[in-house]
Design a protein around this ligand. Structure first.
Ligand code: SF4
Length: 334
């Protein structure tokens, strides 16, 4: 094993291909090489979804099913709900005592998120957001450091949060003696998957392909995909790489053995967009079938999801409790 990893997602509903490419594909590979704790960040979900808590519990189950469907192995990976390991909250509290507020206010990801939620305007400071949202990078630092993880697989937008976790670890070690490792980000090298309309794939933009979409739905969605706007008719010459055709990018990921031929035929105007999309829909369906089979299998096993969560929480709690004993001792609290 190369080390220990903490990863996690907020339970905000069904996962889509963007989530898979941005995180899950990487996690499934990493589980072979690292000891892995994979959290379902239900407390983090409350930082923004606090008006609809009833949804969160249901989404926890959905997320476990998506993790299993993607290929995470619960025997290797401890899969657990954050709120089932209360030590995260205790460490968050203790870290909040040593975290200067400017470290949080200057965080660019929080500013962007608050702007996206309409809580602040352009150029405004993050003074109008809830304390929980402002402090969630501290909770995230606790999530990582409670397992003394030395690596965290993240997208580029989360790198500032990992930097904050490193700063908190350094500060703790300086004040109370070396204890925490400084976690390193493991960046996923997959480019951001565009949505059906060419913008970033996002549920709120309604441009997603879900992991649970059946072949008929995938085909309908792929038919609507944005392509090279300069190829209006089949006889128009294409250049999918240079013009960033999203369908071409998908072929790269899900139909790599045909990619050279597709590029050549598109450039020569031998291949039209309708046929090209048809082929992509088939490859996507082939890719998604085993994912959906695994999901169905897990769903059919009565009590299985609960069992996975219970076992994952037990393993996570035992490690978290060991860390907290060291933290309490160093900070002089019971
Ligand atoms: S033929 Fe395929 S790769 Fe070429 S522009 Fe159309 S959809 Fe894109």
């Amino acid at each position: 094993m190369k080390g220990r990893i903490l990863s996690g997602m907020r339970p905000t509903g069904k996962l889509h291909l963007g989530n898979y490419e941005g995180a899950l594909r990487n996690w499934v590979e990493l589980q072979e090489e690292y000891e892995m704790f994979c959290m379902i960040a239900d407390w983090h979900a409350l930082t923004t979804e606090y008006e609809h808590p009833e949804q969160i519990r249901a989404n926890v189950r959905e997320l476990v099913l998506d993790y299993l469907a993607a290929g995470l192995d619960p025997k290797r990976v401890a899969i657990f709900a954050q709120s089932d390991v209360k030590e995260h909250a205790e460490l968050h509290l203790l870290f909040s005592m040593i975290t200067p507020t400017p470290w949080l206010i200057r965080n660019p990801t929080i500013k962007e998120q608050a702007r996206d939620m309409g809580l602040i305007g352009e150029g405004e400071e993050v003074t109008k957001i809830n304390y929980g949202l402002l402090g969630y990078p501290v909770l995230q630092a606790a999530d990582i450091l409670i397992y003394r993880a030395n690596a965290v697989p993240v997208g580029e937008d989360q790198v500032p949060h990992i930097e904050l976790a490193r700063e908190i670890a350094r500060r703790f070690n300086y004040l109370y003696g070396g204890f925490f490792p400084e976690p390193e980000p493991i960046l996923t090298c997959v480019p951001k998957l565009p949505g059906l309309d060419g913008r970033k794939m996002s549920k709120s933009l309604g441009n997603v392909i879900y992991l649970s979409d059946l072949p008929k739905v995938v085909k309908e969605k792929v038919c609507t995909m944005f392509t090279d706007p300069m190829r209006i008719k089949k006889k128009d010459l294409g250049d999918p790489e240079a013009r960033g055709c999203p369908v071409f990018l998908y072929h790269k990921l899900y139909n790599s053995h045909e990619i050279a031929q597709i590029e050549e035929d598109c450039k020569a105007a031998v291949l039209g967009c309708v046929e090209c999309k048809g082929r992509l829909a088939e490859r996507l369906a082939e890719f998604l079938t085993p994912v959906q089979d695994r999901r169905r299998e897990a769903e059919a096993r009565e009590g299985y999801v609960e069992e996975v969560l219970k076992d994952g929480a037990k393993r996570a709690r035992s490690e978290a409790e060991r860390t907290m004993e060291g933290v309490r001792e160093r900070m002089g609290v019971g």
